[in-house]
Structure formats: C-alpha cells, structure tokens
Write a protein of this length. Structure first.
Length: 223
C-alpha cells in the first residue's frame, strides 16, 4: 500500500497513518472555517472531514488540535436528529458529551469534538478541522476511482448494446431465411402437383394411343 498522497490524488501535505483503526491520510488545517466551508475544502482535496470510527481514532483526531473545537464529518442538516456521515458510510461509533446532542436554539446541525467529546453546534461558526481519506486495503475511496468504474461500465454498456443490435440483425436474417425456405417448399409442392398432373395426362395419352393401335390392328386383320 502506497503512503504517497499523490498516488491517491491528494495534496502533498497529507500524511499517512496506520493504526489499530486502519489506514488513513490526514491533513490538519490551521484556518478556521464554517462547517460547510470546511466540508467543501476537504472534498476539493479529494478527502472528507475526518470521521472518528473508534475511541482511539477519536482521541487521535482530538489530539491533533488540542483544546480546540474541531469539525468532524457528521451532521443532521437534512433531517433533525438523524445524523449522517459526509462520506455516506454508516456511523458505527459516537462519543456524545452529556446532554448532547441537544439542538440548542433549534439550529445546531453539525458536530465538533471538544476535549474528545462530541457536541452539536451551529454550522455558521468558524472552527478548525481535519480532513481524512480512509484506505481500505488496495481500494481507494476517491472520486477518480468512481469515474474510472463509471467509464468502464459505460463502455461495457455500449458493447452490450452493439451485441444486442447484432443479435437482432441475425435474428432478422434467420427469419428471412426461414421465409425463403418456406417459399421454396411451397414452390416445390406446386411443381410436384404440376408434375403429377403431367404424368396423369401422359398416362391418359398412352392409354389412348394403345387403344388406337389396337383398333388399327383389328382393322388390318379384317382386310
């Protein structure tokens, strides 16, 4: 597994960490930003706002910027009380402070770490933040991989469509051949009937000729 952020289309100042919670790239931003601005910044890097997935990782992120509010990639902006991760993954770990989340004043829709505990807080107040990219084995969760997969699927779809078109054309050709075969069979049957009539006519002529020859012989015998 590469530890070079450039191999994952990340800026050079991301650093690699492998710990008990897995392998990650992180970047600590010194600037303070609102929640949405911080989220956008991480995603423009090709990463996400860091999402703690265990107590050790939660403590590690908190220690990156000690004694500060730190945005993490979890919010309930879309539906109050339903917290989701910004990368679409399941939330399998939480560390809410006592009486949290409380949605104070009905406008606290994002989550910060403070002294290793979580609090919901208003999105418009600037705070520091950490960006992260999770690495799962050799599978890299980034947009470039997704684009490559989508391109491959589109290419396969085009190939399948061409195959279907060719197959339909072959089916039409077979249907035409079947029609031609039926026409030939009908023509042969018609010719067989005509030939049978011709044979019947010929046999009738032969009988007439035989009768004529018999009459002629009888006539000669009488002379």
């Amino acid at each position: 597994m590469s530890e070079d952020p450039n191999d994952y289309n990340l800026p050079d100042d991301y650093f690699f960490v492998t710990e008990c919670w897995g392998s990650r790239f992180y970047k600590v931003y010194s600037e303070k930003m609102t929640y949405n601005a911080a989220k956008t910044q991480c995603e423009s890097d090709g990463a996400f706002l860091a999402i703690p997935r265990s107590e050790p990782e939660n403590d590690y992120i908190a220690d990156l910027i000690p004694n500060n509010h730190i945005w993490i990639g979890i919010d309930d902006i879309d539906q109050e009380g339903v917290f989701v991760a910004v990368d679409g993954s399941d939330i399998t770990y939480t560390n809410w402070n006592s009486d949290q989340p409380n949605n104070s004043h009905n406008n606290e829709n994002a989550v910060i770490i403070l002294n290793k505990a979580w609090n919901d807080i208003v999105v418009k107040v600037p705070h520091r933040f950490v960006c992260s990219l999770r690495i799962r084995g050799m599978f890299i969760l980034n947009q470039n991989d997704l684009k490559d997969i989508q391109t491959e699927l589109q290419s396969r779809d085009r190939e399948n469509q061409k195959y279907k078109t060719d197959l339909l054309e072959k089916q039409k050709e077979l249907q035409n051949c079947d029609k031609d075969l039926k026409d030939i069979q009908a023509e042969l049957q018609l010719r067989d009937r005509e030939n049978q009539r011709y044979r019947n006519d010929l046999q009738e002529k032969q009988r007439e000729l035989q009768a004529s020859e018999k009459q002629y012989k009888t006539y000669r015998d009488c002379e």
